[in-house]
Ligand binder design. Sequence first.
Ligand code: CA
Length: 225
Amino acid sequence: MRLLLVEDDDSLGAGIRDALERSRYLVEWVRDGALGLEALRSGGFDLAVLDLGLPRLDGMQVLRQARDAGVRTPVLVLSARDTTTQRIGGLDAGADDYMVKPFDIDELLARLRVIERRHRGAVANLVTHGDLEIDTAAMSVRLRGQAVALQRREFLLLRKLIDHAGQVMSRQQLEESIYGWDGDVESNALEVHVHNLRRKLYPGLIRTVRGVGYVVDALAVREGA
Ligand code: CA
């Protein structure tokens, strides 16, 4: 479990780092907001602990800019000041949890475990294909971190093609998956949905196989942990 710690206070940072390392985390510690944002954007972290009062870039800005850039790493925010507005601001900016200093290190560890469990549940519903991320539970789609609005049938069609990436799907298979078996399908409906998906996502995503159907090409698979 790789964890990014962004904290400018030397003794507090060292204390948190030591406790995290004793609890099996691989910790990378940076001491200002700009480095924190750079590290978050570079990816590769499973979790982050982020202080708010930081040199160069405020923690709230770090979080907001990271989320705007599509970074989905769970973040626990640490703050010296406890006001309700700040707490709400942090959660609105995309924090997964919020702790006020001074805090008990065991409570921090416990909350990180809760965030991990919650995030694993969410990740189980995520299907990714290159820059595309499909949340099968929420029926939502993100392209390079940006939400894309799809109609229900467009979503079902995309899901079917991605689930069978690398496999040419016949018109009949695709129509069944979006209309069911007895659906009254207009003859050009499938083409319209394919056209819309190419337009809303990107043109090369779905390839036409003349006389057969459609295919989303397989990507090299990168196994997750
Ligand atoms: Ca600070």
